[in-house]
Write a protein that binds this ligand. Structure first.
Ligand code: CP3
Length: 366
């Protein structure tokens, strides 16, 4: 699928290592994530698979979101759609952060235009008992879908992902999407032991979900802590960071790059740099040269074009994308993965995304 050679000649002579490393090992995306030199800056988009694509809307017709995540052939098709269309440097597995919660028996649904809704929110010690560990046998459809994808993608890497403990806890405690996360924070401040038990169980579920994807062939993982920017640094460090660190440690031995992303995390970037990921995702509010100082040395950065820029004329998109590349020069020759500061929006023009990929490749060529 990608024009990137499957592996370097040296790796090909060592069959075992080729198998262990996977065909995508020398892809531009994985090289950048490991901070190795790259011929150009790799690019992919959060939420690249989904409602901005007419071909997505067509295959999803009449199939509820969470049902679609349990159909391997459909997951494969939806994951491949943006790779075919945009020539992005990585595929992101089509699933959702609440899929492992459903797999352990939580009654969760994704309501169109709303997001995840939990029938019986978790608010007490008794409720917490319902959150049992995730076993590999709970998700045969994930293993199957990742396997199908890795076969088809060849040299294009597949990014696995999961929701981070705080962001998952917010859905579970609030019962659905929330702007202020007040019930979640009330538990974090007012019932610290219950809170610690909750994020601990979620760290275990998330670690298991990532392991399932890596063992099936995903060659990088991203931990989405989308809503963690709602926290002050001290609260993040005390009440959330240890659980996220557990997740990064749980998958460290696989040697696949670990990406850590959240929105509105300007004040948390230093701590996120310490939490254990190899690459830190940055939203559009902090220029990448400033983010590099906050995150600290030896980390890659991912981001960070304001998604709304995509609604402006092409020459503006290109000027703003060039600014992102320019700020990323602070990292040196490698370690930058181009992305949006948050996800693709449903009303975005897919052609603008395709043009942006070509522009980033061209403008960053070394
Ligand atoms: O393309 C990709 O990025 C891969 C698939 C993916 C989805 N969700 C598919 C999806 C990924 C990585 C996610 C992660 C996710 N899910 C996050 C973290 C990323 C982020 O954007 O911050 C969060 C917070 C969720 C929870 C969730 N699921 C939300 C907020 C929504 C949108 C609700 C809405 O309709 O506005 C979903 C549903 C969802 N997940 C869709 C997709 C393609 C839309 C489903 C549809 O087609 O109706």
């Amino acid at each position: 699928m990608s024009e990137t050679p499957a592996a370097s000649p040296a790796a090909e002579t060592d069959q075992q290592s080729t198998v262990r490393r996977g065909a995508a090992y020398d892809s531009v995306f994985l090289r950048a994530a490991r901070r190795e030199p790259v011929p150009y800056t790799p690019v992919w988009f959060m939420r690249q698979a989904g409602r901005s694509l007419p071909e997505y809307l067509k295959v999803r017709e009449g199939i509820p979101m969470l049902d679609s995540c349990m159909r391997p052939e459909l997951v494969k098709e939806i994951t491949l759609q943006p790779v075919r269309r945009h020539d992005v440097d990585a595929a992101i597995f089509f699933s959702d952060i609440v899929v492992p919660l459903k797999a352990v028996g939580i009654d969760v649904d994704i309501k169109p235009g709303v997001g995840p809704v939990i029938a019986d929110p978790i608010r007490t010690v008794e409720d917490l008992q319902r959150l049992r560990p995730l076993e590999p046998d709970d998700m045969p459809y994930i293993t199957e879908a990742v396997g199908l994808l890795v076969d088809e993608l060849g040299g294009t890497p597949l990014i696995g992902f999961a929701g981070a403990p705080f962001t998952l806890a917010s859905y579970l405690v609030e019962g659905g999407p929330s702007k202020s996360h007040e019930k979640t924070k009330a538990m974090m401040y007012g019932a610290p032991e219950l809170w610690a038990g909750l994020v601990d169980r979620l760290a275990a579920i998330t670690s298991a979900f990532l392991k399932i994807q890596i063992e099936a062939g995903a060659s990088a993982v991203q931990l989405f802590d989308s809503w963690v920017g709602a926290l002050a640094p001290d609260d993040y460090r005390r009440s959330v960071m240890p659980a996220s660190t557990k997740v990064f440690e749980a998958v460290a031995d696989y040697g696949v790059p670990r990406i850590h992303f959240g929105v509105g995390t300007g004040e948390l970037l230093g701590l996120m740099g310490q939490a254990g990921a190899d690459v830190v995702g940055v939203d559009w509010r902090v220029p990448l040269n400033v983010a590099a100082d906050r995150v600290g040395p030896d980390k890659g950065l991912q981001g960070n074009l304001d998604p709304a820029v995509l609604y402006a004329p092409t020459h503006v998109v290109e000027t703003k994308a060039r600014e992102v590349l320019h700020a990323a020069a602070a990292l040196g020759d490698s370690g930058h993965i181009f992305n949006l500061g948050h996800g693709v929006m449903p009303t975005m023009d897919p052609d603008a995304l395709t043009r942006l990929v070509a522009f980033v490749h061209e403008a960053s060529a070394r």
